[in-house]
Write a protein that binds this ligand. Structure first.
Ligand code: SAM
Ligand code: SF4
Length: 323
């Protein structure tokens, strides 16, 4: 059947699936300390429902799936979901984004279940600052999770760092150094001033150009290739085992090549991270919709995929839509 192509001729090949809205951290830019009102259990897509949606979407051209959240590793049985998706013929790239807190205990099973690669979010290498940002968990747990992911061959292991002015911008050199003698792929992400309103402040934005300027101290950065780099521009220092990537949603958006749709834990399909409107897939699925009807719902979401993202009026909560 015909693939998923939007009004601006962008072909959709990538589905990001949030499997829970819950999280074991409370990152200052993402969630309020008290958490957010959780979805009701019965409103969350079952693994079989996710599998059905993915199975259909493969037929429409999707070959890349990322499992995210909330924190995906707090969803009970998530390894089983990985196994279900890994078995679907046509999925070429299966990955996960996690905060790494529980990863040490999961990396082996995730790899055995068919997860190919992993992105671990980490915003500070200082234990106290880690706690000031994440409000829970411990830095050492994340570092252990990173080691275990490397050991178990989840490859490549990427470290996502959201850089915030006055909070962790002083750590960019320390993060960059991690890419020199370990096969770690450090990705500096520009903080987007949206989401949890208690923190979303324009003056936390720290542009990639300034990160690049700081990194010059460590030597010349040469262009590099990394699997599944997506919108990141990748570089490396000569002789480094890992790479450095820059993701610039604010200073240089990459909407022209956007190939993704997002499915939330409660079964809404969002055409863009910045969309306020998601198409409900869950209710039709639970009332008998099949292949053809679900395709129509995907097409409806596509009709609303904006040419470029706009921060105006964005009310998204990252932990819900899946960062
Ligand atoms: N809990 C998992 C984690 O933290 O990796 C997955 C979900 S989290 C919402 C996904 C990613 O979104 C994380 O790397 C997080 O740092 C990023 N993120 C959340 N809010 C953000 C913001 N306002 N600007 C930039 N990145 C953000
Ligand atoms: Fe949780 Fe990820 Fe949001 Fe942090 S960024 S609060 S780890 S969902």
């Amino acid at each position: 059947m015909k693939g998923l192509i939007d009004r601006y001729n962008r072909k959709i090949t990538y589905l990001r699936i949030s499997v829970t809205d819950r999280c074991n951290l409370r990152c200052i830019y993402c969630m309020p300390l008290g958490g957010i009102k959780p979805l009701r259990h019965e409103d969350i897509l079952k693994f079989e429902e996710i599998e059905e949606i993915v199975r259909y979407s493969i037929d429409w051209g999707v070959d890349k799936v990322r499992i995210t959240g909330g924190e995906p590793l707090v969803r009970k049985g998530v390894v089983y979901l990985v196994e279900m998706l890994a078995h679907l013929k046509g999925i070429e790239d299966l990955s996960m984004t996690t905060n790494g807190i529980l990863l040490k205990g999961y990396a082996k099973d995730l790899k055995n279940a068919g997860l190919q690669r992993i992105n671990i979010s980490l915003d500070s290498l200082d234990a106290n600052k880690f706690h000031r940002i994440a409000k829970a968990g411990r830095l050492s747990l994340v570092l252990d999770g990173i080691e275990e992911a490397l050991k178990r061959g989840l490859e490549p292991v990427k470290i996502n760092v959201v850089v915030m002015k006055g909070i962790n911008d002083d750590e960019v050199l320390d993060f960059a150094k991690m890419s020199r003698d370990r096969p770690l792929h450090i990705r500096f992400i520009e903080y987007m001033p949206f989401g949890y309103k208690g923190f979303a402040k324009e003056d936390r934005f720290f542009p990639t150009s300034q990160i690049e300027e700081r990194l010059r101290e460590l030597g010349e950065l040469i262009p590099a290739e990394v699997r599944g780099a997506g919108p990141a521009k990748s570089f490396k220092f000569k002789k480094s085992l890992g790479t450095i990537g820059f993701i610039t949603p604010m200073s240089e958006h990459f909407c022209a090549t956007c190939n993704r749709l997002r499915l939330t834990a409660d079964g809404k399909l969002y055409p863009c991270l910045f969309s306020d409107y998601g198409v409900d897939i869950k209710t039709p699925l639970r009332t008998g919709a099949g292949y053809r009807e679900i395709k129509e719902l995907f097409e409806e979401a596509l009709k609303n995929k904006p040419e470029k993202h706009s921060l105006k009026g964005n009310n998204q909560v990252m932990s819900k839509i899946g960062g």
